[in-house]
Design a protein around this ligand. Sequence first.
Ligand code: C5P
Length: 232
Amino acid sequence: MGKDVIIACDFDSAEKTFAFLDKFTGRKPFVKIGMELYYAEGPSIVKEIKKRGHKIFLDLKLHDIPNTVKKSMAVLSRLDVDMTNLHAAGTKRMMQAAIEGLTREDGTRPMLIAVTQLTSTDEETMKTDLLINEPIDKVVMHYAHNAMEAGLDGVVCSPLEAGKVHDTCGKNFVTVTPGVRFADGDIGDQKRVMTPAEAKKIGSDYIVVGRPITAAEDPVAAYERCVAEFVD
Ligand code: C5P
């Protein structure tokens, strides 16, 4: 599987997104579309970006009863996205249903990635709000293992967890890691960060990079720097 840099297109309108993507006249980056942009613009934003030649990670984090997730995944599959995701907390049965929904008649399907525990949830909140009393690392690895058993392709995780996920679930189980910053860049609101080069060393398969590229003076140069550090 190919290592790649995915740009988090965290814009609130199609106009801003296209103004940003128009800068990329050469190589067309893999982009992540999240809930804000998708709910603002609907499926047309996905079709339009696909038409421009980008791969798309549609980050909608589905979590519902298996039947609903299966049918919704069938819709996302028809949108021809390249990667999408769900919450592993929805159970193995929900994840298996998701794969059934995603799989096209010819047997192909987009990559399906699980969210384990959101990084906004810490061990304390997990205990008090969710009544989960196990250590958070154990929960994350257990959810990753469930995702693997359900047939998913990988998980979203911190680059710091990527090595352990590969140890637990195998080298071919994909790790998609946000929280990436250049060594000389702003950390912003991210707490635990790694440079693209460090993420490569630890074995991340895809890095998701937002503001270090979207807020850069020269986004194309920042993207090419990420690719040079992580992929090349
Ligand atoms: O701008 P920045 O590089 O921090 O963007 C990272 C992207 O990855 C954002 O779209 C953010 O929502 C997403 N993300 C994250 N941490 C997670 C899961 C997703 O930063 N644990």
